[in-house]
Write a protein that binds this ligand. Structure first.
Ligand code: HEM
Length: 172
């Protein structure tokens, strides 16, 4: 008797199943096992991803005068850098509100920028993502002022935009 014939006979003898049914059930059990294992592996990955995204809360560090171009590096994409945002040329460390301004957050578009115009106009339009507040109405400037008060109260100011300083100095 060949090995295969004795195997199929034993399967029938011990399980009462045809070889086809036996191997089908075996395959289903294997796939089910893989799926269940996959679920646990995914859960493990999830924990790892979560850990990787946990940020250490650091004391805000003064960065002094920076250009708008330099500020872009602080948009939260690099977890080793603080998350910064500017209003009227004053830069604030908003790292503690990473869920707002960090990547994927509802206000991530403001991070690493002077978002004065967007805040004054309550706008998410990319063209308003600028510190240029020329032509705003008194009411809009007042909205911006309220944002500035809120930021001053909540966050530490860590620097200022050089271009902004130059502009205000030029207008003095
Ligand atoms: C459907 C409209 C909106 C809703 C429901 C909404 C809701 C919220 C909520 C619940 C918070 C958290 C407040 C807190 O816990 O301190 C928040 C924060 C904020 N919102 Fe909105 N918002 C809306 C529109 C806007 C718009 C249009 C802007 C500006 C363009 C804006 C800018 C901000 C900013 C900058 C913060 C964070 C302030 C901080 O750092 O504490 N929001 N918003």
């Amino acid at each position: 008797m060949t090995l295969w014939a004795s195997l199929t006979e034993s399967i029938f003898h011990y399980t009462g199943l045809s070889p086809a049914a036996f191997f089908t059930i075996l395959a289903i059990m294997f796939v089910t096992y893989k799926i269940v294992c996959g679920m646990f592996v995914a859960a493990g990955d999830y924990v790892e991803v979560k850990r990787a995204n946990e940020y250490v809360v650091r004391e805000p560090v003064q960065i002094g005068d920076v250009t708008e171009e330099d500020l872009k590096a602080y948009d939260g994409k690099d977890p080793n850098k603080p998350l910064l945002m500017a209003i009227k040329g004053q830069i604030y460390d908003v790292s503690r509100s990473r869920m707002f301004y960090g990547p994927g957050g509802p206000y991530a578009l403001f991070a690493g920028r002077d978002a004065s115009r967007a805040l004054a106009l309550m706008s998410f339009d990319p063209k308003d993502l600028t510190g240029n507040i020329d032509g705003l109405s008194d009411a809009e400037l007042e909205v911006l002022q309220d944002w500035e008060y809120k930021f001053r109260e909540k966050y530490v100011q860590v620097g200022q935009l050089v271009s902004h300083q130059t502009t205000s100095e030029a207008s003095e």
